[in-house]
Structure formats: structure tokens, C-alpha cells
Design a protein around this ligand. Structure first.
Ligand SMILES: [Zn+2]
Length: 622
């Protein structure tokens, strides 16, 4: 596990500032494995090469000073390759190379077009100069992305249009291309391919520029969800480092720590194997010391390591040091190192969802999530995504939970007979669902859920009744608000492929926190997965992350509530011979458990608000 710190330009730019910063580093050497110096101090894309040349000389000295102090790894974070957005353009140097042009024809002041020869020559020289400072690594920041560059992204400048037209034998203007992107899927796909290729070629250039100076310099790519999907960028850059990022800048909404955890896991699942150094982005931008409580900072860091990061890149020390953060790290780092050791070789186990927000809602009611579709215990498919017929059949031959729009799509593909139902009718308002007396509803037959669909149109669309096929069973009935029956709203069936399928016509994943609905869904997913996943029946919001490798188990449980959880039990669904809680100092506390026919049941201590426990059956030192 690597603790890496991104250091702001102003901490090393003058000898006086650097001396003060270095004293802080020296006092915290036990918690600092690596430093990455920001080359620039604004998100403006263009930095004159004379400045970079001078910086390189200074950076070389600074990196050597860190190493002399005992820091094992010291390198650079190039903040600006393209430029992130419009920033400081009246103050900083005007780019002498062409800038991006937005959809509306406006030219960016700060973000550089990736397609021109002038830009390529400039950016390669910038990276070459930086490589001469003898860094152990160079991070390419997440402005290495196609979209989200302020007023532009992707670029619609004349050069980009010319290259796209040449490659595709077209004659688009900006206006005609924009119209075609809306109306012609083939053109939209070709435009995406063109954009991706531009960045692939750019990544190759950057790698060559750096490795021509020193092939031992490690390259790293910082990603967002979209850019993490372009595996060829990692290859072209020769990246052995990746940093999944995005969000949780302050803890105003604590659950965003868990949402960022899911975004991190999604990005990790896209990283190619060559990316062996996976540093979580601990993001405190714009560096407000009171923006995040230490408790939440420690939670988000632990979550990222459970999901499979093996390092943390702290973006917390831009203009000032952060002693409070370092104290938190010192208190927790032994557990983090033990966690990372245990986690090597483990995979997520849980439910796969095609929609990350749905995944988050299911994690909120206590279901573990995975981003590995092929090994998932069940798939949750909503919104009728485009999949091949073979992919659909494979999912329906195992365990699937689908919503009504998805069922409609499957009907058109002729696959409805595998789902046990067809969509009967759409009901846009005035509906609720009532539980039937099906055994999966436990003691809650007759219980009703009304999410008041008209109140939050962003979370609620229509409700649907389902027509059941022979052999299917009904778990819910759709009723109108007069409590008159309209038809089935939730069905379960076993199909001819041996799969189990549940269809929900009144899904509304943002409103699953009713105790009875949660219990029903836990029962439903137990049935779908044939009781493969751990089960926690406590009527409290505890969010799990499950890692497994054979019978080795790592289970993270967060009390995502401002109330203490009280003591609770977890059915592990596997037999263990010991189960221990890993404490912050890395030591263990044995937890009592008992054996049953369906595996071991462990007794957990009460979790205070927003605290977590980390359980494993792997012996210490094993
Ligand atoms: Zn362009």
C-alpha cells in the first residue's frame, strides 16, 4: 500500500517555502511513501516552454531533496496536457497553438486542440523537458479526456473537422456535423472513434517523448469513468499507474463517499492488467481544511482500498500542509496496509447492475455489488440497454432482475418466454404496489408501497402491470390509490435455460429504504442467487463490500446512518473456522460465531454512526 501526496507548486517554488514544507515531510516520513509535484498552478492549458525548462532544473533538485530525506519515490504530476477548462486566460500566457472550438463555434481561451501538429510538437517538448528532471514517474492528469473542457470538448475546430472529413470521406461543416451526430448513429460512432484515436496517438507521443529521455520513468494516467473505458490509452501511454477519480470534494453529503467508492470500483474494473499501481484519488480540491471531517476522509480512503486500490493519492497539500489529515492516516495506516495485503488477488462478489445509481441503491439496502458481470451472483438490468441476443440469453440463463422497459425490449427480441411475463399496460399516475402472500414477502402480505410518483419526476417514471406466463408467480400487485387491483407488478419465474428471473413493474430504485421492501428484496435476491451472498437482517442502513478468493473472505460493513447500529448478526453463507475484525492499528479482535447448515453466522459489535468494521477469515500473517 502506497501513501502518495500531490504537492502544490507553491510549496516548492521558493527555497523558503520548500524548506518549511520539507520540515513537515520529515516529521511525517512514517506516513509518506511518495510525493508527486504539480508542475503547474492553474488549469489553463498553455505554459511557455521557457518556464517549463526553468522548472525542470528546479524540479530535479527538489526531487533529489525528497529522496535524500528518505522518500522512496518522487515524481511529477503534469496538471495540464490539454487544459481542464477556462481559467486565468487574461493573466497567464496566451496559447500560441490553436485552442479548442466548442459546439457553438466559440473558441476556448485555455484548452488546446489535440489534433494540430503545432500542439503535438509543443506538448512533446514539454514532457521531454520534464523528463530531464529525473522523476521516478510522470502522471498525466485527467484533462486527458475528450469531453468536459469548459466551453469545448470535443473540439470542433477547422483542423479537427478537416481530419475527420479526410478519414471518413465526408465534407461536414461544424453545423452539418452537429446535425448528423444527432441523426446518424454511424456518423456519431465514427466521430467517437476519431476522438478516441486522437488521444491514443497523443498518448503514444507523450510516452515516446518521456521514454526517449529515460525509459525507466513510470507513466500514469488519471481517469474519470468515461476515460477509464479507453484501454488503448493506457497501452499507448505505457501506463503502469492508474488513478481513478471523480467527486467527493467535501462531506456535505456523506453518502457521496460511498458513491465515489462505486465510481472507483467501476474504473478499476476497466483498467488493463498492466496498471499495477492503482492509487485512489483522495480529493480535497479546492483545499479547504474544514471541507471534510477526518472521520469521512478515513472512511473514503478505506473504502477505496477495499474496492481494490493499492495506494492513495492525497490531493490535500496545495498551499498548506495538512497535519490533521496526517494524524488520521497515522492512526489508520496499519489497518490499511493489512487490508491491502489481504485484498491482493481477491475479487468483488455481489450483484452486477448496468446502472451505477441502481447499484448504489442496492448497496444501500445491504446488497454487495460487483462490476464483474461474468462472475456476478445476479444481474440487475434496467432501462432497456442494448445488448446482443447472446448476452441476454447468458444473463437470463443465470439470475436476472429486470424492470418493465427492459422486459419490453426483450419482448421485441422474442426473449419474453425466458422472463415469465410480458408488459401488460403502462400506468402513468395514481398507482402503488401491494405485497402478495408469496413466501418471499415473509410476514408482509398486504403491505403497500406508494412512492408518490408525481413528486419527483427525475426519480419516477411510469408503473406497469405484467401479464404472467404459466408457471410464474406474483410477488406484488399494482393497485391504484383507491387500492383497487390493476394486475401483477412483480413476477418471479424459473425458465427453460435453468435461470431465475424477477421482473418489477414498480421498481423506483430511489425508494427502497422501506423496511418491508428491503426485506422483500433481500429475500428475492437470496432466491435469485441461491443464497450465495452474505445476509444481514438488521433493520438499519449498513452498506457492505464483499471480496472473495476461494474461501478467503474480506467483508466491509459501514453503518451509513447517524444512529448507532446496535449489535447485529451476519449470515456469511460459507463456513469459517475463525473470523476476526481488523482494528485501525492492524491488530485483530476475534468475533463470536456459530455454525449452521447454511454456513457460519457471526455476531458483530454495534457500529457507531458512520463507522465501519472490516472482517476477514484469513489468519494474521497468512
Ligand atoms: Zn480541434
Amino acid at each position: 500500500m502506497k501513501l502518495s501526496f500531490r504537492i502544490g507548486y507553491h510549496r516548492y517554488a521558493t527555497d523558503q517555502a520548500f524548506a518549511a514544507h520539507l520540515a513537515f515531510v520529515k516529521a511525517n516520513l512514517d506516513c509518506i511513501d511518495e510525493v508527486a509535484l504539480f508542475v503547474e498552478f492553474s488549469h489553463h492549458g498553455y505554459w511557455p516552454l521557457e518556464m517549463i525548462r526553468d522548472s525542470s532544473t528546479l524540479l530535479r533538485q527538489r526531487l533529489a531533496d525528497y529522496r535524500a530525506l528518505g522518500i522512496r519515490s518522487a515524481g511529477l504530476n503534469v496538471l495540464c496536457t490539454i487544459g481542464h477548462l477556462e481559467e486565468s486566460w487574461d493573466v497567464l500566457a496566451q496559447p500560441p497553438v490553436p485552442c479548442m472550438v466548442g459546439k457553438d463555434g466559440r473558441r476556448s481561451h485555455s484548452c488546446l486542440c489535440p489534433a494540430t501538429t503545432a500542439f503535438r510538437e509543443y506538448i512533446c517538448e514539454k514532457y521531454r523537458l520534464l523528463a530531464t528532471s529525473q522523476p521516478d514517474f510522470i502522471w498525466v492528469d485527467d484533462d486527458f479526456r475528450i469531453t468536459h473542457h469548459g466551453l469545448a470538448g470535443p473540439c470542433f475546430c477547422p483542423e479537427c473537422l478537416k481530419q475527420f472529413n479526410q478519414q471518413n470521406h465526408r465534407t461536414f461543416t461544424r453545423e452539418s456535423l452537429l446535425a448528423a451526430l444527432d441523426q446518424e448513429p454511424d456518423t456519431a460512432a465514427a466521430w467517437q472513434t476519431f476522438q478516441r484515436s486522437l488521444y491514443t496517438a497523443l498518448a503514444q507521443d507523450l510516452r515516446q517523448a518521456v521514454h526517449a529521455v529515460d525509459p525507466a520513468i513510470e507513466m500514469g494516467l488519471m481517469t474519470c469513468i468515461a476515460s477509464s473505458r479507453n484501454q488503448e490509452w493506457f497501452s499507448a501511454l505505457g501506463a503502469v499507474r492508474g488513478r481513478p477519480g471523480g467527486g467527493f470534494y467535501q462531506d456535505t453529503v456523506p453518502l457521496e463517499a460511498m458513491q465515489k467508492g462505486l465510481a472507483t470500483a467501476a474504473q478499476l474494473s476497466n483498467y488493463p492488467d498492466q496498471v499495477r499501481d492503482r492509487q485512489y484519488e483522495h480529493e480535497d480540491f479546492p483545499y479547504q481544511q474544514l471541507g471534510k471531517s477526518t472521520c469521512m476522509a478515513m472512511l473514503e480512503d478505506c473504502v477505496s482500498l477495499v474496492w481494490g486500490c493499492n495506494g492513495i493519492a492525497f490531493n490535500s497539500m496545495y498551499r498548506q500542509d495538512n497535519p490533521r489529515l496526517l494524524a488520521g492516516i497515522r492512526h489508520n495506516q496499519a489497518a490499511w496496509r493489512e487490508l491491502t495485503r489481504l485484498n491482493a488477488g481477491m475479487e468483488n462478489d455481489g450483484i452486477w447492475c448496468n446502472d451505477r445509481d441502481v447499484a448504489f441503491r442496492l448497496q444501500e439496502i445491504g446488497l454487495p455489488i460487483t462490476f464483474q458481470r461474468e462472475t456476478a451472483a445476479a444481474a440487475v438490468i434496467t432501462g432497456n440497454p442494448t445488448l446482443t441476443r447472446d448476452e441476454w440469453r447468458r444473463m437470463l440463463s443465470r439470475a436476472a432482475f429486470i424492470d418493465a422497459p427492459t422486459l419490453s425490449g426483450l419482448q421485441q427480441l422474442g426473449l419474453a418466454e425466458l422472463c415469465g411475463a410480458t408488459v401488460e399496460k403502462c400506468w402513468p399516475n395514481g398507482t402503488l404496489e401491494a405485497f402478495t402472500d408469496h413466501p418471499l414477502n415473509g410476514p408482509y402480505a398486504g403491505w403497500r408501497r406508494d412512492v408518490f410518483v408525481s413528486f419527483r419526476p427525475q426519480f419516477c417514471s411510469d408503473a406497469y402491470t405484467l401479464k404472467m406466463a404459466a408457471g410464474a408467480q406474483s410477488l406484488c400487485e399494482l393497485q391504484n390509490v383507491l387500492q383497487q387491483p390493476l394486475g401483477s407488478a412483480m413476477t418471479a419465474c424459473s425458465n427453460a435455460l435453468g435461470g431465475r428471473v424477477v421482473v418489477s413493474g414498480y421498481f423506483f430504485p430511489h425508494f427502497l429504504l422501506y423496511s418491508e421492501k428491503r426485506q422483500q428484496l433481500l429475500n428475492v435476491f437470496d432466491w435469485l442467487t441461491q443464497s450465495r451472498l452474505p445476509r444481514l437482517d438488521l433493520d438499519h442502513k449498513i452498506m457492505p463490500i464483499l471480496r472473495r478468493c476461494g474461501s478467503d473472505l474480506l467483508l466491509f460493513l459501514l453503518n451509513a446512518s447517524f444512529d448507532a447500529s446496535g449489535e447485529f448478526e451476519v449470515q456469511l453463507r460459507q463456513s469459517v473456522t475463525s473470523l476476526e475484525q481488523i482494528l485501525p492499528d492492524g491488530t485483530r479482535a476475534a468475533l463470536p460465531f456459530r455454525q449452521t447448515d447454511s454456513g457460519s453466522i457471526v455476531h458483530c459489535p454495534s457500529l457507531p454512526p458512520w463507522q465501519y468494521c472490516l472482517l476477514s477469515n484469513i489468519p494474521a500473517g497468512a
